[in-house]
Design a protein around this ligand. Sequence first.
Ligand code: 13P
Length: 268
Amino acid sequence: MSKKLIIANWKANPPTLHDALELARNIERAASAHRRVEVIVAPPFPFLAEVASVLKRAKRASQNTFWGDVGPYTGEVSWRQLKSLNVTHVIVGHSERRMLLGETDEMVNKKVQALLEHGLIPILCVGERERSGGEMPEDAAQQLKSALAGVKKVLVKNLIIAYEPVWAISTAPGSSPDTPESVFRAHVYIKKVIAGLFGRPVAERVKIIYGGSVNAHNILSFLIDGHMHGALVGGASLNAEEFAGMIKIASSQSLPLINRSRYRHGCP
Ligand code: 13P
């Protein structure tokens, strides 16, 4: 039985170190109380070192990295520096970085490769901008293929893929969460793409999570009906009580087995 992953992406929140430490202490308490779930926290860079010192049970993540080692990269943070803080996971290719900061598929690919090569776990975000109502759209599939180009097959199993449709993120105008059914279709599609690139045994080992307006009320439906291995949580991770509720719910869930025939026939 595999533990569910509940990942807090604080984005550029909260406003002060004091607030960040208080939130981190509360999340750490919840993570210590519910051990059948893997809790991962991604604070903003200025708070990372101090928040990391509070997190013991919960794992430490970063919201970004540079692909190069230490060196002349003004404004960037190297994977080596993250490793020195015992950061284990790094969010890569978040739609806010792609849309607001010009992060390209090529940059995302370099980051994924660097992280995997150096023993960090990328949380690779892919997701379409417009709601399509059908299968996982081609732009999200293309993000996935580009991000995995040239990645060594033996390392792919370490990846976490976050399916995060841009229109479902809580801060998007008129947003609403995706449906568990459509999230399940995305899950199947992502596995199919990975199986096509690296073979089915590898695809079966990659963890796929969902992000986009996840909260304590809807998380269960994504874990059970959406067959997600976990959730990448933005806004609701800033509310300690709500996030603790999500941790508790996730810890009560075992990983549901995918219905194999649905898996085979559900592929687009
Ligand atoms: P929300 O949970 O606020 O929709 O944010 C999702 C997200 O972007 C997490 O990376």
